[in-house]
Design a binder for this molecule. Structure first.
Ligand SMILES: [Zn+2]
Ligand SMILES: [Zn+2]
Length: 413
């Protein structure tokens, strides 16, 4: 029901302010107009551009050529990206995590709802209310505001101000980056010191594997003709033990997961930066997975490719080694062709599955370390992160990290 696309000079100025992510208060100072005048202009812009909220407004203004991407501030670009994701069908439930924050309101905030094209009702919320994105209701004190696409409510006072005043940042959990909240709490101890975060794990995975202790003895013929057997000094299978289905008993590496109950510790900056030069990964742990175990690269020894050991990898692309149960390939226990968080690499950057939250698909802008800067399900703004290599290895598998670190790695001890 768009009726009038021509906007006044003042409305255009307000539009540009909104696109920079300015709050109502900031716009009043910048344009020397009152709060209610800013709100009137904002409301008129929403109606004229047939928009439901500020992010939608900027999206529409860009579509109509009233704004170019260069005019739009970082914060609004991220919001518009989020809006596009929400509106055009990315159904990833974790989107709601970001939206919760955008839709937290305070006492006496004035809200009004849109009825598809026109604003039909203005409501005043009389107590704290937080909308949770995917249902049909809302605010307290008897007010009910219909949500149509989970994104139809407009904050009357200032959409931007609402973002700035979010008291609980969904991207920070327990004082650190939200991604760390996904690390298995049974395995990990996570602490902070100044700008660093330290993760310590026992190295044991929180999922099933044929490498957990079990009652079937297995033996492997060694290179010199000797045979190495893993004796099963147990009468019961470990609760996480599963029969091998990708590997076989006669291909499995020596040692059970339980034999490697140890300690792996990594300290990284909370805000890692891409280094001027990349650095190669080494043998041993190059990252920590959210499951509790460690991540290795694509080699099985000094310049020895993984190929010869592939038969010993379980359904998580992992096996036991001299010092650990470790992953080389996409770990099916929690990630398969998706955007799940895999873990954190030794340089502090997070490693995600083959797909990216920002687009829902396979990223096409990856650098030589298979990383790029975009939104993740754990960030409120674009940040650098890695993805699993999306090129099949041996026609079947996906190597976690055959690249060089883009940042400066710390030791995993
Ligand atoms: Zn290995
Ligand atoms: Zn990504």
């Amino acid at each position: 029901m768009k009726t009038n696309n021509s906007i006044t000079r003042r409305e255009s100025e307000v539009l540009h302010c909104i696109s920079k992510g300015l709050s109502t208060k900031e716009i009043t100072k910048q344009l020397y107009i009152s709060k209610s005048t800013v709100e009137t202009h904002r409301r008129n812009l929403l109606i004229k551009l047939d928009a439901n909220n500020s992010a939608h407004l900027i999206f529409k203004a860009m579509t109509e050529g009233l704004l170019s991407i260069g005019n739009v501030g970082m914060k609004m670009t991220a919001m518009v990206a989020l809006f596009v994701i929400l509106t055009f069908g990315n159904s990833n439930a974790q989107v709601g995590m970001n939206v919760d924050c955008l839709e937290s309101y305070s006492i006496n905030d004035t809200l009004y709802r849109t009825n598809n094209d026109s604003i039909s009702t203005i409501l005043t919320v009389s107590s704290n209310a937080i909308h949770t994105n995917d249902t049909d209701s809302y605010y307290s004190a008897g007010d009910t505001i219909a949500m149509i696409n989970g994104f139809e409510v407009v904050v009357g006072s200032s959409y931007c101000a609402e973002i700035a005043s979010c008291t609980s940042d969904p991207c920070i959990v327990n004082g650190i980056h939200a991604a760390f909240d996904e690390f298995d709490k049974g395995s990990y101890t996570i602490s902070t010191s100044g700008s660093n975060v330290t993760l310590t794990t026992d190295g044991l995975p929180n999922h099933t594997s044929p490498y957990w202790s079990n009652t079937t003895e297995r033996c492997l013929a060694g290179p010199m003709g000797m045979t190495l057997c893993t004796n099963q000094n147990t009468t019961v299978n470990h609760p996480y033990f599963v029969e091998p289905r990708i590997t076989t008993y006669d291909q499995m590496a020596p040692g059970n997961i339980d034999d490697f109950n140890g300690s792996y510790s990594l300290t990284v900056p909370q805000s890692p930066v891409v280094a001027n030069t990349s650095s190669s990964t080494g043998l041993g742990a190059i990252g920590l997975a959210i499951s509790g175990s460690v991540i290795y690269n694509d080699e099985e020894g000094p310049n020895i490719p993984l190929d010869g050991a592939v038969g010993s990898l379980d359904y998580n692309g992992a096996h036991t080694g001299p010092q650990s149960y470790h992953y080389h390939l996409e770990p099916e226990a929690w990630s398969k062709d998706d955007n799940q968080l895999i873990g954190v690499m030794a340089d502090g950057f997070f490693l995600y599955g083959r797909k990216c939250f920002s687009t829902g698909g396979y990223p096409t802008d990856l650098d030589a370390s298979n990383g790029h800067t975009s939104m993740t399900q754990h960030s409120c703004s674009a940040e650098y992160h890695y993805h699993i290599e999306n090129t099949p290895y041996l026609g079947l598998y996906y190597i976690l990290f055959p690249y060089d670190y883009a940042g400066s790695p710390s030791n995993i001890n």
